[in-house]
Design a binder for this molecule. Sequence first.
Ligand code: MG
Length: 153
Amino acid sequence: MRVGTGCDVHPLVKGRALIIGGVEIPYDHGLLGHSDGDVLSHAVGDAILGALAKGDLGSHFPDTDPEYEGISSLKLLERISSLLEGRRILNIDATVVCQEPRLAPHIGEMRDNLSRALGVDRDTISIKATTTERLGFTGRREGIACLAAVLVE
Ligand code: MG
């Protein structure tokens, strides 16, 4: 069995949709990025690549490549899952660090989206949300961070 970890941060800016785990969440700011800025999908993708020792998200999907401009990060997860080549994801555990908005109402849909993109059972995927009690850049609502761990058989 092999473990992988992922970490991602994107700034919150006006004029962008807020997409986390493939869910568009109503909010007056969104995550800035070359793709859709989906911090959860990126952290999970990096964790899977880490478990496989196959580099990182940036090396597979460079942010200078117009092909990935505005792309749904669920598509990136689909491509990463093809690198598993028969190896099985045993579980994923991710924590989104976000002061606002409340993510709890959207967690179920995020799990469904990731489960579809990766072709794994919904029960395999844990997504949690936390705040930093208004401390730091996430607490000031300047950005959203995500940490993820994955176990691959
Ligand atoms: Mg990212």
